[in-house]
Design a protein around this ligand. Structure first.
Ligand SMILES: *Cc1c(COP(=O)(O)O)cnc(C)c1O
Length: 381
């Protein structure tokens, strides 16, 4: 047992002012979607250069609605990555469309844009890339391809709030952009998400799909034009988000600083010798949602699970983000299988998320680096 407190791989930070603000909302008499949601949407819009934003109760709902707004449905193909949280492709199935996976780039771990064009067919309607760990997909190439083939883009930027592409904040440009505010994400609403849309017509659809398709008029008028669901954010959750947003820049800076410290303390020569791959050293564009290394293919006494268990035993949490989607039973039943996307399979098998969150100290990074190095150098202890 370690004497030091357990270090999780991530932990949300909710300040006292936010807690007090939530209590105020709870006492206000209006706790579900209302003024706080509107204020949260306006704050996000201001952050994202004035683009139209609508808030939801999850990042999954947000993407499903983005697909509906883009008119994606049965018979349509959507190109996406096999290395993501399963939500990314579940939403494609949810709207009745077909996910088409393209293998990942072994360095960035994002969808390999060089291979993307070969997957486009006459049935392709949209591209759904993911900025894994907050490292942005090349937006110039992405939108170059989308423009050339007349495809919609739904950016799964669940992990990329605060990231930028060449100085432009993710969500401040592009087509439909989806964020998640799950507690593990860089800012949280406990559960929640937000969708950036292009115009008032899309914003209207975004609201209809959010709540039963309802459109109100006057004091007592109501109509239902489309089949919507129940995806609205509460004012309590929105108040949490309002307490988080002003800290976004500081959070991003802090995460970059901690990531830099990992690079300073994980000896590159030793990592190479141990067969450990470090992430791309991007300290200007990525929001460092996660710090992930790729372990070598399993040696005796040194599988990823054994490394995770050894870290845990010494008071350090870690994660496996993510198992490749196409190997889940549901997706195998659709015809996918081992060998389809070798890069996603190798990296999905060996990727390891190390602790990184704003309340961590440099000393915590030191502890993780020393412990991990020790475990890797001395397997089967
Ligand atoms: C978190 C996440 C989602 C889903 O967001 P929820 O708010 O949990 O529904 C989707 N895609 C990616 C890449 C994510 O990390």
């Amino acid at each position: 047992m370690s004497a030091l407190p357990y270090l999780p791989f991530t932990r949300p930070h909710i300040d006292e002012a936010t807690i007090a603000g939530v209590v105020e909302v709870l006492r206000s008499g209006w706790i579900t979607s209302g003024p706080k949601v509107k204020e949260f949407e306006a704050s996000l819009s201001a952050l994202l250069g004035g683009r139209l934003v609508r808030a939801y109760n999850s990042g999954t709902a947000t993407m499903e609605i983005a697909l509906r707004i883009a008119g994606v449905g049965p018979g349509d193909e959507v190109i996406t990555t096999p290395l993501s949280w399963v939500s990314t492709s579940n939403v494609i199935l949810e709207v009745g469309a077909t996910p088409v996976f393209v293998d990942i780039d072994p360095v960035t771990h994002n969808i390999d844009l060089q291979r993307l064009e070969a997957a486009i067919t006459p049935a392709t309607r949209a591209l759904l890339p993911v900025d894994l760990a907050g490292l942005p997909v090349d937006r110039d190439r992405l939108y170059g391809i989308a423009g050339q083939y007349g495809l919609r883009v739904i950016e799964d930027a669940a992990q990329a709030i605060g990231s930028n592409w060449k100085g432009r904040l993710i969500g401040s440009f592009g087509d439909l952009v989806s964020f998640s505010f799950h507690p593990n994400k860089n800012i949280t609403t406990i559960e929640g998400g937000a969708l950036v849309v292009n115009n008032e017509a899309e914003a209207r659809l975004a609201e209809q799909y959010r709540l039963q398709g309802v459109v109100r008029s006057g004091l007592d008028g109501m109509d239902v034009e489309v089949l919507g669901g129940k995806f609205n954010l509460t004012d309590v959750a929105a108040r949490v988000g309002l307490g988080q947003l002003p800290g976004l820049e500081r959070i991003t800076e802090r995460r970059r600083l901690l990531a830099r410290s990992y690079f300073d303390q994980l000896d590159p020569a030793l990592m190479a010798e141990l067969g450990v791959q470090l992430p791309p050293a991007d300290f200007t564009q990525s929001n460092w949602h996660m710090f992930q290394v790729v372990l070598p293919d399993a040696r005796p006494g040194l599988s990823r699970a054994e490394v995770m268990a050894a870290l845990h035993e010494r008071g350090i949490g870690s994660g496996a983000h993510y198992p490749p989607i196409h190997l889940f039973a549901l997706y195998r039943r659709l015809g996918f299988g081992p060998g389809d996307f070798p890069q996603a399979e190798r990296i999905g098998r060996n990727i390891l998320t190390l602790p990184l969150f704003p309340d961590m100290e440099i000393a915590d990074v030191t502890r993780v680096c020393a412990t991990l190095t020790d475990i890797l150098k001395n397997p089967q202890r």
